[in-house]
Design a protein around this ligand. Structure first.
Ligand code: CTP
Ligand code: MG
Length: 231
């Protein structure tokens, strides 16, 4: 039983700001992308045989050299990403080998600090027969739906809401069918594309450490988390 991981890392990180694309921003001396690859590799139960990384066009070669020491004997393929996340995932998915892979993980480079146990729960659920799996954490804010004027329409029952993380895990044919059906601007994750083709998406417990580096204060949290892990 072997897995491949697709890592969308081609975003610009506009909400984070700065000159460097987000996946190349450093925390504790390594890029978010290196942290993400190392974290995935550490989840040995995932048995990762192939890493496919989508990066900003033009940086494929540099990233290939930078990541090679971290993938061990797994295969590493680096491709140019697209303008939106689904296009980056699609570009990577198109070159994932077909033979012998029973689980494809899709993992945001920006969720660089996901712990091994969360990754392993996702893989275990796919291997147990789930077609699509997402790690989730409880929502801590009250969420409200707002209308076009900004006024509140209603307040969904928080006990039925979860925040979704990555890696998301898929049976390979299911993920390929979901991407073949296409994406539009509303698509924010791969599980949503599976939902649209009628696939049941299973949830497993995620981790607070799998937060997505999105805004500048997230880098401070990342530095603190890493410092604590290194003690
Ligand atoms: N991503 C990608 N290709 C894109 C856009 C996003 O591969 N065209 C990746 C990012 O690199 C990131 C993940 O998808 O690892 C989640 O996206 P997000 O957090 O939104 O990152 P950015 O799009 O880079 O950030 P922003 O939306 O603030 O510009
Ligand atoms: Mg984005």
């Amino acid at each position: 039983m072997s897995s491949a991981v697709v890592i969308p890392a081609a975003g610009l990180g506009l909400r984070l700001g700065g000159e460097t694309p987000k996946a190349f921003r450093e925390v504790g001396g390594d890029s978010l992308l290196v942290h993400a690859v190392r974290g995935l590799k550490a989840a040995t139960a995932a048995d990762l045989v192939c890493f496919v990384v989508a990066v900003p066009p033009g940086s494929e070669e540099t990233v290939g050299k930078e990541l090679t020491p971290y993938v061990g004997d797994a295969r590493l393929i680096v491709v140019a990403g697209g303008a939106e996340r689904p296009a980056s995932v699609r570009a990577a998915l198109d070159v994932v080998p077909i033979d012998g892979i029973d689980c494809i993980l899709v993992h945001d480079a920006a969720r660089a600090f996901v712990p091994a146990d969360a990754i392993e729960r996702v893989v275990a659920a796919v291997r147990a027969g789930a077609e699509a799996v997402v790690p989730v954490v409880p929502v801590t804010d009250t969420i409200k739906r707002v209308g076009p004027t900004g006024d509140v329409v209603d307040t969904p029952d928080r006990s039925t809401l979860v925040a979704v993380q990555t890696p998301q895990g898929f049976a390979p044919d299911v993920l390929r069918r979901a991407h073949a059906a296409g994406a539009d601007a509303a698509v924010t994750d791969d599980a949503m594309m599976c939902e649209r083709i009628g696939v049941t998406v299973r949830t497993v417990e995620g981790s607070p450490d799998a937060f997505k580096v999105t805004r500048p204060q997230d880098l401070l949290l990342a530095e603190a988390l890493l410092a604590e892990r290194r003690i």
